[in-house]
Design a protein around this ligand. Sequence first.
Ligand code: B4P
Length: 191
Amino acid sequence: MLNIILCGAPGSGKGTQSDFIVEKYGLSHLSTGDVLRAEIKAGTPLGKEIDAIISKGQLVSDDKMIALIEHFLDSLSKDCKGVIFDGFPRTVAQAEALTAMLAKRNMSATLIDLMVEEQSLIERMINRGKTSGRADDNLETIKQRLQVFHRQTAPVADFYLEQRNYFAINGNKSMQQVFAQIDNILQILKH
Ligand code: B4P
């Protein structure tokens, strides 16, 4: 199975590149951001709790996220070609839990790190905010999310680097040029 983790700052293009990868490689796509937004849209009590957290640019608790991933892994079909973890893990605790959950199922995952300059990230999210309707695509929340990223998510890359399960790519290029870099990595990982 070809399991990859797309990691990068908010707005780095994880969702965008996931769509390209699904189209070419037919992998199962799990975007934790999409799952959380669906829960908010459903208007459940849990959704209301999540909405308050995301609107402030904070992360949902590790316990909730790890339970969600365990449930997803249990639901995978036998003929699944592999998984794109988009936006998970976002903390070292989530990375440790994912490694253990995958090992239990004789699986592992490689992290692909989308490196994008901060000014571009801000511009992209402000632009997305014009149409996304997302409560977290405004300048104040974006700045908060970037701080949370540097403090809590950036160490996840080191975790995978130490395990030699890590690739970094230049995410400042066009969507197609970024995908070309990811495609090269996936060709290596497939063999
Ligand atoms: P996410 O949904 O993961 O969203 P994101 O980081 O903002 O976006 P992404 O990197 O996917 O960017 P996109 O492709 O859309 O997270 C949202 C929130 O959910 C988090 O802040 C957190 O609160 C919560 N959450 C999620 N997972 C969690 C977890 N594991 N633990 C705890 N909390 C969690 O691209 C952005 C924009 O740029 C788009 O408009 C796109 O068109 C444009 N773009 C993309 N690539 C481009 C390129 N190469 N050039 C120019 N523009 C580009």
